[in-house]
Write a protein that binds this ligand. Structure first.
Ligand code: CDT
Length: 310
């Protein structure tokens, strides 16, 4: 089998504080896009909600959140320099941001931008974690269910610059259905950004488990679907609220090929052989040969767990 190589980069971000302007953030993104290109990247993955602080940690009215943290257009004047740089360099990117759609609905969104600087795909986050109500007793809020609607675009796969890309966002990466739906559309690379608080406000989870469960989800799903997974954190302490780093690129073998060392802006880049996944998809995970969907009905028939079947 002849190899097909993709220069695949993850551009992790250090914190974005409440006082940071969109312009300053976009300058950081452009600098990392240039570094990634210089290191051989053809596709660069940026984090979830990359343009602002992780604002779902703050309680406010929806209207205030939308005015301060959402984008009604993409690209817009603040973000245009990133799209211009992509076109100039001939490099694509994935970018997460808060989207105020034309119909006024709010989504946690990611776009795929091709090497000509055009939007080639869009994903709106489906698995929204957290809560709607104010929890004044908690050290911070996790209000994604308050500020965002559940995504309405499904898990689609987009062919862009001869590569089949899937996209998801943060909490989606913990759900096997996310990857399998995209692998069934022959995705070769799944890209995602995340903001994962180090503290769990719901139960006393040991801090190290936040990184363990992040990595095990990415590695297991890369292997079980024969896909590359590229995951970009926004991390470090945003106005005193710490989030995990450990951005990674995972091969279809389930192995971590590159991992960030810092909790700052940091680029990792690999030459990803897209045919590597074929070995798994033609043998142990040959879906057409070995899947038995007649025995998987409960996955779509039930949402929550119930009694054993009679
Ligand atoms: N942004 C986001 O989705 N964060 C969640 C935190 C929930 S705690 C399991 C995540 O899954 O990382």
């Amino acid at each position: 089998m002849t190899t097909r190589k993709l220069g695949l980069a993850v551009a992790q971000m250090g914190p974005v504080h409440l006082s940071d302007s969109r312009g300053a953030v976009v300058r950081r993104l452009v600098a990392m896009l240039r570094e990634a290109k210089a290191r051989g990247a053809e596709m660069v993955v940026f984090p979830e909600l990359a343009l602002t602080t992780f604002f779902p940690r703050y309680w406010m009215e929806e209207a205030e959140a939308q005015a301060r943290f959402f984008e009604a257009q993409m690209p817009n004047a603040d973000v245009q320099p990133l799209f211009d740089a992509a076109r100039e360099l001939g490099v694509g990117f994935y970018l997460g941001y808060a989207e105020l759609a034309e119909d006024g609905r709010p989504y946690n969104t990611a776009v795929l931008v091709n090497q000509r600087g055009d939007i080639a795909g869009k994903y709106r986050k489906i698995h929204l974690p957290g809560h709607v109500e104010h929890k004044p007793e908690a050290p911070f809020q996790h209000l994604e269910k308050k500020y965002f609607d559940v995504g309405d675009l499904g898990f689609r796969v987009f062919e862009s610059d001869a590569v089949k890309y899937g996209m998801c966002l943060c909490n989606d990466r913990r759900w096997p259905e996310t990857y399998r739906v995209m692998a069934l559309q022959s995705a070769e690379v799944v890209m995602l950004g995340y903001n994962t608080p180090s503290l769990n406000i719901h139960w006393n989870e040991p801090v190290h488990l936040r990184t363990t469960t992040h990595l095990v989800s990415l590695q297991a799903n890369a292997y079980q679907n024969g896909i590359w997974v590229a995951a970009a954190a926004k991390c470090g302490s945003e106005d005193g609220h710490h989030m995990i780093g450990s951005s990674v690129i995972v091969a279809p073998t389930g192995e971590i090929v590159a991992r960030t060392l810092t909790e700052e802006d940091e680029v990792i880049c690999v030459s990803a052989d897209l045919t590597l996944g074929e070995h798994f998809r033609q043998h142990v995970f040959n879906f057409a040969k070995h899947r038995r969907p007649e025995h998987y009905r409960l996955i779509v028939d039930r949402v929550g767990a119930g009694d054993p079947l009679p």
